[in-house]
Design a protein around this ligand. Structure first.
Ligand SMILES: *Cc1c(COP(=O)(O)O)cnc(C)c1O
Length: 651
């Protein structure tokens, strides 16, 4: 809008909302936070730092190899970088493994008389000496002598000649001071829960309490290898078992698998479990998955990836599943019905009254019921998927159970299942997470998904207890109903139940403003940034609307602040409707307003700067300044660029 270049993410794999059953990926929550952590490693070390790290690891590996060869062990002549495969001579593998364990080192026993060793940048001279001692070297060991003929040169065939990580960001921040300021600069551009509520309907952005987050940093959780020997992970596994038990109680199910890394992966895993169950009963041909038109895009995408055929059922004008249509389709597909995927409370923010009938219809026709558990924040303690009659559900631990997921992850999407499906839950070939003979293969690389973030949900449940969790659900529902009532007369709530109430979230209608004032739902979301808010979920499940979910974490003052902002924006729309604000040049169309725009000598809008930047009095006390003005989305979609070269090159 200001004519400057801007960079935004293009829709790539997160395409399921648009393409649904034609999507090629069901990925929704990603592992963005973890990817950012890895990228910061690159930012800090830069290409030279990484090369230095690699050289040192390689040098230590060469030194270790020299020592092992001197001891008479067989190491092979192949070129190595950081990994050796050793066939010991004159010593049993078990003897070496025990001697290494005594020095607190885990080695890989290949089971064929050879041992695997990999060094990384945490390795040092002491580790190399300890390893050599475990392989039978006499101490003290003269490492300098062993290192003297270590070769650091990589043969031409493998040596990299091109430069890499040439972007300035990887060549600027090399001291802790610079790095700290860089990270803080980025953090300051991000409106997070530390600034304001993030009322994302369906995505449940609640408090990530410090007490819940602290254990993530403990090496006892954060530094455990996913395949560490069972004898070294007793406490870790006790946490899994307890958490599985609690989640089983909360969902009303018999068994839980912690393996899926996100809700979407839980959907895939749950549908595969259903498919395995049908197959075990000689019904492997059952492949039809009924999905309501209001479903989250991951549902149809997951069904297709699980090899199923999607049949869509419609909704009535109250937003509920059209039960007659469901019955007709279940009957029509009775011979091949595998599953129904259903969200409760519905994606329309209403406790669907026919839910038990819906589950019964599917069961009558030989199908299983998959419940999308993204809305568990409206169920915990009050009802449960098991109680309602579902057979499988995923839990988004990063929504309902406090794992932070701003910016796309990390996630955890465990699934709970009824007793007859438990045997089919995912197993794992390295560390067995389900030892039943019917277990399907793994859905994640690690047996318990992303276990280092599980303490967050464990601490949340342990601290809240049954009464606390139930109270939280009540407060979440009350908060949504409070906001819906306060907004009455300003915005229409699209769907309510028979008693005029909503569940833990609700949808406000913004569709009429396009005609009356030329204002779109996006204009309202952008304008909310000027009021120091993150926009709610936009245009899903109903185009042109906003879905607001306050959660139990937000105090009444913050609920009121958002209501005040929305009511004030409605007033601005009224001014456009009345002609007091220009239809094309108004605070909504130019939102968000950056500090640079407000301070510019060239301000040429018919509304005042004060009205643009400080529409409500509380903003004078605390205002989040958006870092960039309105982005031209269609232009971005048409002009894909890779951010590898410096951004300046595109300017
Ligand atoms: C978030 C969400 C999903 C997908 O879960 P991810 O953890 O993001 O993969 C599925 N359904 C609904 C209704 C959701 O809100």
């Amino acid at each position: 809008m200001t004519g400057k270049p801007a960079y935004r993410m293009a829709i790539q794999t997160r395409e399921q909302h648009i393409k649904r059953e034609r999507a090629t990926s069901n990925i929704c929550t990603a592992q963005a936070l973890l990817a950012i952590m890895a990228s910061m490693y690159g930012v800090y070390h830069g290409p030279d730092g990484l090369k230095a790290i690699a050289r040192r690891v390689h040098l230590l590996t060469q030194t270790l190899r020299r020592g092992l060869l001197d001891l008479g062990h067989q190491v092979g002549e192949d070129l190595v970088f950081d990994t050796l495969r050793v066939t010991p001579a004159g010593r049993q593998v078990s003897e070496i493994m025990t001697a290494a364990l005594y020095r607190e080192i885990n080695l890989r026993d290949f089971g064929d008389g050879s041992i695997g060793i990999t060094l990384d940048e945490t390795a040092d001279e002491k580790l190399v000496a300890d390893l050599l001692a475990a392989f039978g070297a006499e101490e003290p060991i003269d490492l300098a002598e062993l290192a003297s003929d270590a070769r650091l040169d990589v043969p031409d065939a493998f040596a990299r000649t091109s430069s890499f990580m040439t972007h300035p960001v990887f060549n600027t921040h090399f001291s802790e001071t610079e790095m700290l300021r860089y990270i803080f600069k980025l953090q300051g551009r991000d409106l997070s829960l530390a600034h304001a509520m993030i009322p994302l309907g369906s995505c449940t952005m609640k408090l990530n309490a410090t007490a819940e987050m602290v254990p993530v940093t403990w090496p006892e959780f954060g530094n455990i290898h996913p395949f560490a020997p069972a004898g070294q992970t007793v406490g870790y596994r006790e946490m899994f078992t307890q958490l599985e038990g609690w989640l089983a109680q909360i969902t009303g199910f018999d068994a839980v698998s912690l393996q899926p890394n996100a809700g979407s992966q839980g959907e895939y895993a749950g549908l595969m479990v259903i498919a395995a169950y049908h197959k075990s009963r000689g019904q492997g041909h059952r492949n039809v998955c009924i999905i309501p038109s209001s479903a989250h895009g991951t549902n149809p995408a997951s069904a297709v990836i699980a090899g199923m055929k999607v049949v869509v059922v419609g909704c009535d004008r109250y937003g509920n599943i059209d039960v007659a249509d469901l019955r007709a389709k279940a009957e029509a597909h009775a011979d091949n019905l595998a599953a129904l995927m259903v969200t409760y409370p519905s994606t329309h923010g209403v406790f669907e009254e026919a839910i038990t009938e819906i589950c019964a219809i599917v069961h009558e026709h030989g199908g299983q019921v998959y419940m999308d558990g993204a809305n568990m924040n409206a169920q915990v303690g009050l009802t449960s998927p098991g109680h309602i009659g579902a057979d499988v559900c995923h839990l988004n631990l990063h929504k309902t159970f406090c794992i932070p997921h701003g910016g796309g992850g990390p996630g955890m999407g465990p699934i709970g299942v009824v007793r007859h499906l438990a045997p089919f839950l995912p197993g794992h070939p390295v560390v067995n997470s389900n030892d039943d003979a019917h277990a399907m293969g793994p859905v994640s690389a690690a047996p318990w998904g992303s276990p280092s973030i599980l303490p967050i949900s464990w601490v949340y449940i342990a601290l809240m207890g049954a009464d606390g969790l139930t109270h939280a659900t009540r407060v979440a529902i009350l908060s949504a109903n409070y906001m819906a009532k306060r907004l009455e007369g300003h915005f229409d709530v699209v769907f309510t139940g028979k008693q005029g109430t909503v569940a833990h979230e609700f949808i406000i209608d913004c569709r009429g403003f396009e005609k009356s004032a030329g204002v779109t739902v996006e204009d309202i979301a952008k304008r909310l940034m000027d009021y120091s808010f993150h926009g709610p979920t936009m245009s899903w499940p109903v185009p042109g609307t906003m879905m607001i979910e306050p959660t139990e974490s937000e105090p009444l003052t913050e609920l009121d602040r958002l209501c005040d902002a929305l009511i004030s924006i409605r007033g601005e729309i009224a001014d456009i409707e009345a002609g007091t604000l220009d239809r094309a040049d108004n605070p909504l169309k130019h939102a968000p307003h950056t500090a640079e725009m407000i301070a510019s000598d060239g301000w040429a809008h018919p509304y005042s700067r004060e009205r643009a930047a400080f529409p409500t009095p509380d903003l004078r006390d605390s205002k989040f300044w958006p870092a960039s003005a309105r982005v031209d989305n269609p232009f971005g979609d048409r002009n894909l660029v890779c951010t590898c070269p410096p951004v300046e090159q595109y300017a």
